[in-house]
Write a protein that binds this ligand. Structure first.
Ligand SMILES: Cc1cc2nc3c(=O)[nH]c(=O)nc-3n(C[C@H](O)[C@H](O)[C@H](O)COP(=O)(O)O)c2cc1C
Length: 204
């Protein structure tokens, strides 16, 4: 694929946006970030493409515990989803084209036993979705700033499922259209060093 690196083992600094990596990886990873500036509608087909990417995520026993409950802006479902959000998130999500609530099933389909990794698995699916959005030029922004209890009751979610996060999807918008305090946060963030997150042999 054009522009893609050939080797993954070269220790080489790279820079994407303002992000500087310690090792060279596919630009797919540092290119993805979570803007808040959005504009325009998102189609059902665009959403389905994101779910297509999500469903190829790995999961324990291939249980695929992720479920995506969605609403497109302009449909009768939108307000119910939007009203779950906290005030900060409402300020920028009003320009999104779709909202997705991710829940994960707590038990295995094949034996009904508790799956320890259901949230971990749903996290993998969310990352697939986010990367696919980034590749196709959509804004994909995860949120925990919403009412988890209300989400369960408003969207009819049984105790079989844990509520994980809400994702805002949109077309890219203009930073200048965001409230001033949000504009200041509109850039790809940095990360901890590899030495802080990769620990040979265990914690000291
Ligand atoms: C599960 C999850 C919850 C988040 N909750 C919020 C949120 O409520 N509001 C918000 O503005 N951003 C939220 N974010 C965005 C994070 O702040 C952002 O992903 C993080 O700072 C890393 O930046 P990047 O995604 O641009 O690389 C959330 C992200 C994730 C993955």
């Amino acid at each position: 694929m054009k522009g893609r690196i050939k080797s993954v083992n070269a220790k080489m600094e790279h820079k994407i946006n303002n992000r500087k990596g310690e090792y060279k990886v596919d630009k797919l990873f540092p290119s993805r970030w979570s803007p808040r500036a959005m504009s325009g509608a998102v189609t059902k087909e665009e959403l389905m493409t994101l779910f297509e990417a999500a469903r190829w995520a790995p999961s324990s026993y291939n249980n695929q515990p992720w479920r995506f409950i969605y609403s497109l802006k302009g449909t009768k479902h939108w307000n119910k989803f939007f009203n779950l959000l906290g005030d900060f998130n409402k300020m920028w999500v009003k320009n999104a084209g779709a909202l997705i609530l991710i829940v994960s099933k707590k038990t295995f389909d094949h034996n009904g036993e508790l799956s320890i990794t259901h949230s971990f698995d749903a996290g993998a699916a969310w990352q697939n979705l986010a990367l696919q959005g980034s590749i196709t030029g959509l804004v994909v922004h995860g949120m925990q700033g919403f009412d988890y209890v209300k989400a369960k009751t408003e969207l009819n979610i049984s105790d079989e499922y844990d509520v994980e996060a809400i994702i805002a999807i949109g077309k890219p918008g203009k930073k200048e259209d965001l409230p001033k305090e949000i504009q200041e946060r509109e850039f790809p963030s940095d990360r901890k060093k590899i030495s802080e997150i990769a620990l040979e042999g265990g914690f000291k």
